[in-house]
Write a protein that binds this ligand. Structure first.
Ligand SMILES: Nc1ncnc2c1ncn2[C@@H]1O[C@H](COP(=O)(O)OP(=O)(O)OP(=O)(O)O)[C@@H](O)[C@H]1O
Length: 304
């Protein structure tokens, strides 16, 4: 298991992490989500020893990560860390050497990853001459070339075109199949939903939601109701007790019900407006779950 446990970190007066914890099983992909400035990068930097936590630790196989074990972690920093003048192939081989491969193994592994990530034709180009997306692929090759046991990637998908996203996603899923735990941060929640076995949402210094997307959905199940009443006047649902209008467009209304509200009373109100052509509980998307989680402190948080 890769375990992030009880991480606290303040920068001066600003308390960024206040007990962040989550685990990632070998062979699984964890999507690390949170608003801008929530503390995702700080969490990953702590794992890599680049920021010292005020409390807490990150463990792999039960042992706190240290400089030696971090050599077995493939890391893609947010600020990226490439040498602009170096050629693609040399660059990736250089990172392999840094992680302990000998020269021959490093050259071979570099050629292999450069090819697998679609950079073959660019092997002899200087990194600074590549597009942003291709530089990102080089960065990923640098993280993968030493056959890491663990992958920690800070926004690896940002700036990639759809083809780049697919080749990166394939590469990561390949790593997962080989038993590597993968953590990546992203604001692209559709991708997180598509790729990850589990997700964590960081807000207010803590993980406010963790689990599979299905588990998070179940927790929220029975709250969002979609009602389509084509002939109803706009605002028909305003003032319904126990129901908040989330959105309303041409009689297509999304309502959030409090747990004690009877959906049948909402149906009754809808029928009084005319025909009801759709009435069903709505599966929240990860985007909706995210908005809910970062917007409102949960009852457990308030009690804590
Ligand atoms: N070295 C530092 N000194 C002072 N403040 C810092 C430092 N590093 C991070 N912070 C602050 O910590 C907070 C969390 O930043 P962090 O980069 O970890 O967030 P993030 O979740 O990765 O955000 P984003 O999604 O925008 O990349 C921010 O308020 C940031 O300004």
């Amino acid at each position: 298991m890769l375990e992030f446990d009880g991480l606290h970190k303040s920068f001066g007066e600003v308390r960024v992490l206040e007990g962040v914890g989550f685990t990632v099983a070998p062979g699984s992909m964890f999507g690390f989500c949170g608003s801008n400035g929530a503390g995702k990068t700080t969490t990953m930097r702590i794992a890599m020893g680049l920021v010292r936590p005020d409390a807490g630790e990150v463990r792999w196989h039960g042992r706190p990560l240290d400089q030696a074990s971090r050599r077995r972690v493939g890391y893609m920093p947010e600020e990226r860390g490439l040498y602009p003048k170096m050629k693609v192939g040399e660059q990736v081989a250089y990172f392999a050497r840094l992680h302990g491969l000998d020269a021959a193994a490093a050259t071979k592994a570099s050629a292999d990853w450069v090819e697998r990530l679609g950079l073959g034709p660019r092997r002899d180009e200087q990194v600074e001459k590549l597009s942003l997306g291709n530089q990102q692929r080089v960065q990923l090759a640098a993280a993968l070339v030493s056959r890491p046991e663990v992958l920690i990637l800070d926004e690896p998908f940002s700036g990639l075109d759809p083809v780049g996203v697919d080749s990166l996603a394939d590469a990561l899923l390949g790593q997962v199949r080989e038993g590597v735990p993968v953590v990546f941060s992203s604001h692209q929640l559709d991708l997180v939903e598509r790729l990850c076995d589990s997700v964590g949402i960081l807000a207010r210094g803590r993980m406010v939601a963790t689990g599979t997307v299905e588990e998070l959905r179940r927790r929220e199940a029975g709250r969002l109701l979609r009602v389509v009443v084509p002939d109803a006047a706009p605002g028909w649902a305003d003032g319904l007790g126990g129901a908040r209008v989330v959105s309303e467009q041409a009689g297509d209304t999304l309502l959030e019900l409090t747990p004690d509200t009877d959906d049948q009373s909402v149906l009754g109100a809808a029928l009084r407006t005319g025909r009801v052509t759709h009435f069903a509980w709505q599966q929240p998307t990860l985007v909706e779950l995210f908005r809910g989680a970062v917007a409102a402190p949960s009852t457990e948080e308030v009690a804590a």
